[in-house]
Design a protein around this ligand. Sequence first.
Ligand code: K2U
Ligand code: ZN
Length: 169
Amino acid sequence: MAIRPIITIGHKTLSRKAAPVEEIDDDVRLLARDMVETLHAAPGIGLSAPQVNAGVRLIVVDLSIGENPDELIVMANPEITAQEGACVREEGCLSVPEVFEKVSRPQKITVRGLGLDGREKIIEAQDLLARAFCHEIDHLEGKLFVDRLSPLKRSLIRKKFKKAAAAAS
Ligand code: K2U
Ligand code: ZN
């Protein structure tokens, strides 16, 4: 097991569409284990593979942040098959440090994907769990929550990080 570095806004992997997981093999299972360890150490309630610089469609979600093993969800190739309602709440992102903005997300969703046993999983989620799934699935599409803000806010945030990265190099 290992805690992997979380890449931040401006890294190319975060803006690319991740590739489907073709087979749940040992490499995928190791990546999933590392993502869970990385998530709990952050701490966070969700993490996508692109955030640890792995361009595959794998996410982990754990609202208990490691407190309750029964709440841990690992899903490959997740897709939202149904959604209803809308809810606006503040979001953050482990790949966009110290930025918190309101984002509208569906209030309820149905998510379908593969578990680490290779079997299909279908989950009905609402409220914060639905939000976490939507946030992580956006990552698999190369989309950050800041991309859902107004063009002005999005541009100001991206410019801030670009300037900080230039100053650090
Ligand atoms: O993908 C990520 O960057 C992880 C986010 C996921 C997330 C953001 C907003 C709403 C739901 C999920 C982090 O978990 S944000 C950090 C965090 C930590 C504890 C509780 C809530 C959010
Ligand atoms: Zn995020």
